[in-house]
Design a protein around this ligand. Structure first.
Ligand code: CAA
Ligand code: FAD
Length: 382
């Protein structure tokens, strides 16, 4: 076992840190307040190779491993969790899904521009009545010979307003349940695709979240991913990797809030000494640092398992569950350490606290992660 990062991994982490501090930090409060994320910043992230980190170089990606990806995600999330989720969806849901399960034609046509960041992707599984219960899909994809006819509504879709490539799950054979679901690549400007208004959210307010309606959208058969009925398994396998990305996002939010709290505690004086000299504050910092390190080990472990081509679903759920709970707890404590200053926007930690909450909800709530983990461990037990 080796916990020392290679020179290449250290360089990637530094590149992400420098980018986040120089390019994302200025304006992060304004973007949160006014709910936007400039295209120019997405361009810069793409130029650094952050939009297709694990995509093979032959498809325009950076050809890096999952550990590189989580290191970059942590650094970006320390500063701007909205930028991080845009990156996470593109990398670990959309690019990875197409790279693993797409045809050569789909890779040439969609993966290459996605990996280069020339366009963005979105992952459309959730529906108004199918969130945690993802197999209860109401969106239908009727088989019409050369094409499928897509009808229905998806909601809470990250990147919906800025993405060109939609990975859409829909039900083709309702009588087969989850085995009747298919996954499709749909272009956002095809006739019949309609975007809802931007959601006005508690956190990750820079991230574009909308519903998407499909009305008689014709999807060519060659845009189906995998065999007929593979869509649910496709979504589940893809989410196994996605959850490592969200775990890294949660870790980054926690680590960013902790770093701010640590700095503040050494600067702010109360009762004649820096508050870091009060044991109550020291113990908070000790617990924050310990939980963050434990979360980091779980995130790295999940990334390592994936990079070794070993089954990693158990570890990605553990990492996502634990890191998101740590993010919520640490950010609340970071606000507490800042006292009244923590309650205003200029000190960043209140935004981090709002941003942390989503990591316990999307890509499977904490309850769903516990369900997945318990299924794994009971299955292993026999
Ligand atoms: N890999 C391969 N196959 C899998 C699988 C996996 N990880 N998980 C399930 N399957 C297969 C099962 O083996 C089963 O197939 P068989 O019938 O052939 O055995 C089939 O899929 C159905 O599985 P389950 O019976 O376990 O399905 P379920 O209805 O009990 O649901 C669930 C399982 C884990 C709760 C699943 O519905 C789930 O993950 N829900 C959460 C949804 C979610 O995470 N949504 C995220 C949306 S994307 C997002 O949120 C992005 C973002 O914010 C940025
Ligand atoms: P529900 O499933 O209705 O759950 C409500 C509550 O019941 C939760 O606490 C849940 O844990 C609990 N619960 C449900 N079932 C069980 C059970 N069996 N056991 C115990 N507890 C249970 N989806 C996408 O497809 N693509 C995206 O890009 C995307 N981005 C998102 C961005 C944001 C900002 C948000 C808010 C959501 C996003 N989602 C996306 C949707 C997200 O994945 C779902 O919100 C999430 O999976 C939960 O589904 P739900 O909201 O329908 O809650």
């Amino acid at each position: 076992m080796d916990f020392v990062l290679s020179e290449e991994h250290q360089m990637i982490r530094k590149a992400a840190k420098d980018f986040a501090e120089q390019e994302l930090l200025p304006g992060v409060i304004d973007r949160d307040e006014h709910q936007y994320f400039p295209e120019e910043l997405i361009r810069k992230m793409a130029d650094l190779g952050f939009m297709g980190m694990m995509v093979r170089t032959e498809y325009g990606g950076a050809g890096l491993d999952t550990l590189s990806y989580v290191l970059a995600m942590e650094e970006i999330s320390k500063i701007d969790a909205s930028a991080a989720v845009c990156m996470s969806v593109n990398n670990s849901l959309v690019c990875w899904g197409i790279q693993e399960y797409g045809t050569e034609e789909q890779k040439q046509r969609y993966l290459t521009p996605l990996a280069k960041g020339e366009c963005l992707g979105a992952f459309l599984l959730s529906e108004p009545e199918a969130g945690s219960d993802a197999s209860a899909q109401h969106t239908t994809a009727q088989d019409c010979g050369d094409y499928y006819l897509l009808n229905g509504v998806k909601n809470w879709i990250t990147n919906a307003g800025i993405a060109k490539v939609f990975l859409v799950m829909a039900q083709t054979h309702p009588e087969r349940g989850s085995h009747g679901i298919n996954a499709f690549i749909v272009e956002s400007d095809w006739p019949g695709v309609k975007l809802g208004a931007k959601e006005n959210k508690m956190g990750i307010r820079g991230s574009d979240t909308r519903s998407v309606t499909f009305q008689d959208v014709k999807v060519p058969k060659q845009n189906r991913i995998g065999e007929d009925g593979f869509g649910f398994k496709f979504a589940m396998k893809t989410l196994e990797g996605g959850r490592i990305g969200i775990a890294a996002q949660a870790l980054g939010i926690a680590a960013g809030a902790y770093e701010r709290a640590l700095r503040y505690a050494t600067e702010r004086k109360a009762f004649g000494v820096p508050i870091a000299q009060h044991q109550a504050i020291q113990f908070k910092l000790a617990d924050m640092a310990t939980r963050i390190e434990a979360a980091r080990m779980l995130v790295w472990k999940a990334a390592w398992e994936k990079d070794q081509n070993r089954p990693f679903g158990l570890y990605s759920s553990m990492a996502k569950l634990y890191a998101s709970e740590v993010a919520m707890w640490v950010t609340i404590e970071a606000v507490q350490i800042h006292g009244g200053y923590g309650y205003v926007k200029e000190y960043h930690v209140e935004r981090m606290m709002r941003d942390a909450k989503i990591t316990q909800i999307y890509e499977g709530t904490s309850e769903i992660q516990r369900l997945v983990i318990s299924r794994h461990i009971l299955q292993q037990h026999g």
